[in-house]
Ligand binder design. Sequence first.
Ligand SMILES: [Zn+2]
Length: 237
Amino acid sequence: MDDEAAALDVNEIYVLYEGYSYIDPQDSVNSVRANCTCTLIKGRNNYNIIVDTMTPWDKDKILQALSEHNIKPEDIKIVVSTHGHSDHCGNNNLFTNAEYHIVGECISCKDKYLKHDFRIGNFHLTDDISIMPTPGHTLTCVTVLVENTNLAPLVAVCGDLFEKEEDIIDQKIWLDDGGSESPDMQRENRAKIAEMVDYIIPGHGKGFEVSNKYRDLLRVNAGLSEKDIERFLRDSS
Ligand SMILES: [Zn+2]
C-alpha cells in the first residue's frame, strides 16, 4: 500500500515497445526497416499519455502492451505523435476518447484545432509535463518533457530528434538512415535537449542516461559555446 501511495507522486514512464531502424541487405530496393519506440506516460491523477503509436499494422501489439499496464484505449487522455511519419501515428485512431491528439505541432480534438504558437512557448499538459518544439528530423517535430518521473528528474521523449543512443557517436544514423529536413536545427536541438534533461527516450531505440560526455559532444557538433547553452537554459526556464 505504501508503495502504491508513493508511486502516485511521480509520473511513471514505460516503454511499451522498443523501436529499431536498420538497413536490411536482403531488401532489393533502397530502403530502411524501422518502427518507433512507443511510450506510455502514466501521469499523476490518471493523466495517461501515449507517445508515438507505431505503424498501422501494430494495433494488437499496442493493445496487448497497454493491457499489461491495466490501461484500456479509452483511458488515454493525450496522444502525441512526435511527428507525422506513419510509424509514429499509425494507431492514433484507437484513442478517440482522448482530450487531444498532438501530431507534431498540430493539436486537435475531433474537428477543433487549437492555435498554439510554439515559437512563443511550450504547450503545457500538466504542471510538470509539456510539449516542446524540436525541429530537425521534420520541421514540426516535438518532444514531450516529463518532470518528476520514475526514471529521472527530467525525461525527454523526443521522437527522432535522436534515433538511438548510438547516433551521438555515429551521426550517419540520424543524418542518413533516419533522415533530417534540417540538420542544422536538429544539431542545435539535440544539444539543447541533452543539456536540459537527465534521460532521453529516442525515436528508434532504448532509453538512455545523458552523460556530460554526450552533452559536450553534442554541443561541439552543433557549434555552440557553453555561453550559448547557458543563455538557452536561462531563456527556457
Ligand atoms: Zn521515426
